[in-house]
Ligand binder design. Structure first.
Ligand code: SER
Length: 890
């Protein structure tokens, strides 16, 4: 039975039973909590919740649904589709369980001649929620047999959307494919042999927040008892069409067939991985077509990202199967042809859908081509080095820069007779994820998808004019909004702009980006807040349109914020000075490990084990400031890497500077580094440099931080204000402050010690009174008491020991409790004679601890514990006495 026939019979069956036919809603509902419609009931939520009055009491629909949570399962199991059609019947406070069960059973089992699906009742199983005897009885009523009814728990038989909203126990219908597909035992035993085809939800509760299928609160009853059912059209189709899975039905198989033509591989030829790829192509193309139809465009987040991921998985699957050129157009056309009988608007919109899908394919393919060249080079150099394993680094670059999924790299490497260091790759991926997480500025995240910029890369690099001028004329080559190329941007839009040339510095080499403006002749203006590089050569300006509108092709004036730039150059030149000073003071082993600078501030990381001494820090700061004072000229020249290295320039990262490198020289041999950053004209302009301190950042790497220029002065001014506050409160001249503070601290310590001694004496004398008239518990003399207030946990032990000494050789037990802040510490001691009678201090502690909400333990002679509930003190003391009495008592 063809899919369109299944759809038709479903609708007819329920219309005949008084249901209003409701067309499918768009896959994209305006609900921030859900990316896509995931079930037939979603458009009806306000009716279930009683927020709106439904215009009908019974409805039936065949709803388009997308679920991408199980995307990795696609093509592996028999039944996972990312797009599927859910046929449903709904009752809004009208009929309930009996009719829901009756309607479903009759449609499934009625003979084909009578409009049903003609399923053999012996193949159908039913499940009910644990204690839903009513549903079980109703199943028996329609002719189901008890052996094929199973009870299942919350996870399987209680349905909600996964978020707060309507919910309820459910009853599902499964179809038994027969013993050749798995073990006996019903759905409980095997959900691949027994395929779930229909879910009847008895929608009667409202669920609250919480996770998973079981961990949420049920808030209460809905205003009415409702019915929501969902029958999977694709699943019923595959069962009725006598095929083995959802991908082989009349709606998807044609795409697989076209993929066979285009890739030259055979489907169902014994290679499960190939079969999976064919199915991914069919499933994902269909989902993509349906999403584009409903207005989704490929993008970098949310719905757009889901679509992009689906389309790229199609391209990559086709490629893994051997396709070399473009295939998307054919796949899309095939989907449109198979789906448009049920969705006629697809045919009307075919041109647009095709353009969006093939555009994404073209962009991704271009990246793939570039990556393949890089891959070829990596293979050559691996082989010429006599190695058999492609490095994790290479695999990572392929992934990160060229969007190569790792399985593509694996496949290609194995064709080239190489393995891939997958562990290395995964470690780099993990590092990258961590970096991205740490990067509060997530807009700069390395995970961003930059494919929209690829076509600009082909036109050549952005010309950087900012070494020579702060204002340049330029042309707008492209505008990108929300990850998508757009022809024009308007006031208020956040945009990314590509220009042919720009004086704005793009973040690199530790120097943060310039800020500035882009202005058109008509007076429109974009305020640029960040500039990042794509593949090192293309500038991606990020900003907001402040006034007017800007179009692709506009002639513009680009201006750097001069004050900000001056601060940046101070920071960057300051970094070179600190680096040079560090090596002068610590020697050549202090190798740079990273740096960052922005206006007024710099930090410099270097390899060094152990901290720096006070003298070393002072020396580094002094040498740096002497270089400032010397006001060295700053020279830059472009030369080849060899010459630069020979002249002594430091090229510490061995990065891809290319053949031509830029050398920045401050004071001749004092500082000479390869660097693409912007710098002051002479070192005096850096202004004072103040080291803030030095710390460790991971094993073997230290970090110095400093302020430069006016920020340095501001920092020093703050410190001076602090000293003057101290001189006035201590009433001594500045140079005497340290001596005065030291003597104050030592006097304070002495006073505290004295106080402690006095308190202990006072406590002891108070307790001595107790010891002179101890209680008697049988043969044991017992002192059980609360220590005077002020006695701390640390003092209890010595007090107990001293008291024990005073009680002599006769059997004695001392138990002291104190209240120390939030805590209730206590110590128990039993002397030798008491122990001879069987008393154990440890047991006494254990007996008393619960009363003060605590725990404890120890030996027979001495034990201690701590609780947190002082109100139980009386009970604890009583417990001490009871325990002593129990063992040695009268
Ligand atoms: N809402 C239920 C489901 O999606 C039944 O339609 O399974």
């Amino acid at each position: 039975m063809q899919t369109h026939e299944i759809r038709k019979r479903f609708t007819d069956h329920f219309v005949k039973a008084g249901h209003t036919q409701v067309p499918s809603a768009s896959l994209v509902l305006n609900d921030p909590n859900q990316l896509f419609v995931i079930a037939g009931m979603v458009p009806f939520v306000p009716y279930f919740l009683g927020q709106q009055t439904p215009p009908y009491e019974r409805a039936t629909s065949i709803q388009k649904c997308v679920r991408t949570l199980d995307i990795e399962e696609v093509g592996i199991t028999t039944r996972h589709n990312t797009f599927f059609q859910m046929a449903g019947n709904f009752s809004f406070g009208d009929y309930f369980k009996r009719d829901a069960i009756r309607f479903a059973w009759s449609l499934l089992t009625n003979p084909v001649e009578d409009g049903g699906f003609g399923m053999d009742p012996q193949r159908l199983w039913s499940t009910v929620y644990l204690d839903d005897d009513e549903a079980r009885d109703l199943w028996l009523e329609v002719g189901q047999v008890p052996e094929r009814i199973q009870r299942r728990g919350m996870k399987d038989n209680y349905w909600s959307m996964g978020i707060p909203g309507p919910a309820g126990p459910c009853s599902e219908i499964f179809y038994d494919r027969g013993p050749e597909y798995g073990v006996e035992g019903g759905p409980e035993a095997d959900e691949d042999r027994y395929i779930e085809i229909w879910n009847l939800v008895f929608m009667q509760n409202e669920r609250g927040q919480g996770g998973g299928k079981e961990n949420f609160e049920i808030l209460g009853e809905l205003p009415k008892k409702n019915i929501d059912t969902g029958m999977g059209i694709e699943r019923v189709a595959f069962l009725l069409q006598g095929v083995d899975n959802v991908y082989d039905t009349d709606l998807l198989r044609p795409v697989i067939d076209r993929a066979q033509d285009l890739t030259g591989q055979r489907y169902n030829a014994g290679d499960p991985e190939h079969d999976r790829l064919f199915r991914v192509i069919a499933d994902h193309t269909r989902t993509a077509v349906m999403l584009i139809e409903d207005g989704v465009n490929p993008g970098n987040d949310g719905r757009g990202y889901v679509l992009r991921r689906l389309l790229r998985r199609v391209v990559r699957s086709a490629r893994l199967l051997g396709a070399t050129g473009e295939t998307m157009g054919v796949f899309v056309d095939t989907v449109i042809a198979t789906m448009s009988p049920s969705y006629p608007s697809l045919a009307d919109d075919a041109q647009r859908i095709r353009t969006v899908a093939t555009g994404e394919e073209a962009a991704f393919l271009k990246t793939l081509e570039q990556g393949i060249t890089l891959f070829g080079n990596a293979v050559d150099s691996t082989k010429s080095a006599g190695k058999t394993v492609l490095s994790g680094d290479d695999a990572f670059t392929l992934h990160d820069t060229y969007g190569f999924p790792i399985d593509l790299t694996l496949e290609m490497a194995s064709e080239a007779g190489l393995q891939v260091d997958e562990d290395g790759f995964r470690a780099l991926m993990a590092e990258q994820r961590q970096r991205a997480k740490d990067d509060a500025n997530s807009r700069k995240s390395a995970l961003a998808d930059l494919s929209v910029f690829r076509e600009f890369l082909d036109r050549g690099p952005t010309e950087f004019t900012g070494f020579d001028e702060l204002v340049s004329d330029a042309r707008v080559l492209g505008l990108v909004k929300d990850g998508v190329r757009v022809p024009v941007v308007h006031q208020g839009d956040d945009v990314e702009i590509v220009l042919d040339r720009s004086p704005l510095y793009a973040e690199a080499g530790g120097q943060l980006a310039d800020i500035g403006t882009i202005t058109t002749a008509a007076g429109a203006q974009i305020v640029v807040t960040d500039v990042q590089r794509v593949a090192k050569t293309l500038w991606r300006h990020q900003g907001t349109v402040a006034v007017g509108e800007v179009s692709e092709g506009d002639a513009v004036t680009v201006a750097v914020d001069a004050g900000h730039r001056h601060g940046s150059t101070q920071g960057h030149s300051g970094t070179h000075l600190v680096h040079a000073a560090l090596r002068q003071v610590l020697g050549p082993n202090a190798v740079q490990a990273g740096s960052l600078n922005r206006p007024g501030y710099l930090r410099f990381d270097f390899r060094w084990s152990g901290g720096l001494s006070e003298d070393q820090r002072t020396d580094i700061e002094r040498v740096t400031n002497e270089a400032v004072q010397a006001d060295y000229d700053v020279h830059t020249q472009v030369t080849d890497l060899e010459t630069a290295k020979k002249s002594g320039a430091m090229a510490l990262f061995g990065e891809n500077y290319g053949d031509q490198v830029r050398v920045v020289e401050i004071g001749g041999p004092f500082s000479m580094e390869l660097c693409g950053g912007t710098h002051v004209a002479s070192s005096g302009l850096v202004g004072p440099v103040t080291l803030l301190g030095e710390s460790s950042v991971g094993s073997g790497v230290r970090r110095v931080e400093a302020y430069v220029g006016l920020d340095s002065q501001k920092y020093l001014a703050k410190e001076r204000a602090l000293v003057s506050a101290l001189t006035s409160s201590l009433k001594v001249p500045a140079e005497d402050v340290p001596g005065r503070v030291e003597s104050l601290v030592s006097r304070l310590k002495d006073a505290e010690k004295e106080l402690e001694k006095l308190r202990a004496q006072a406590a002891l004398s108070a307790l001595s009174e107790l010891a002179s008239s101890p209680d008697r518990v049988g043969a044991v003399r017992l002192v059980a008491a609360q220590a005077p207030s002020g006695v701390a946990a640390g003092e209890l032990r010595s007090l107990v020991t001293q008291l024990k000494g005073r009680l002599g050789a006769e059997a004695a037990v001392i138990a002291l409790f104190a209240v120390d802040g939030e805590k209730v510490p206590f110590v128990v001691a039993a002397n030798d004679a008491a122990q001879d009678l069987g008393v154990k201090a440890g047991d006494v502690v254990k007996a008393a601890a619960p009363a003060v909400g605590g725990r404890g333990g120890g030996k027979a002679d001495m034990a201690q514990g701590a609780g947190s509930d002082a109100s139980g003190m009386g009970a604890a003391l009583a417990a001490v006495r009871a325990e002593v009495a129990r063992v040695a008592g009268a």
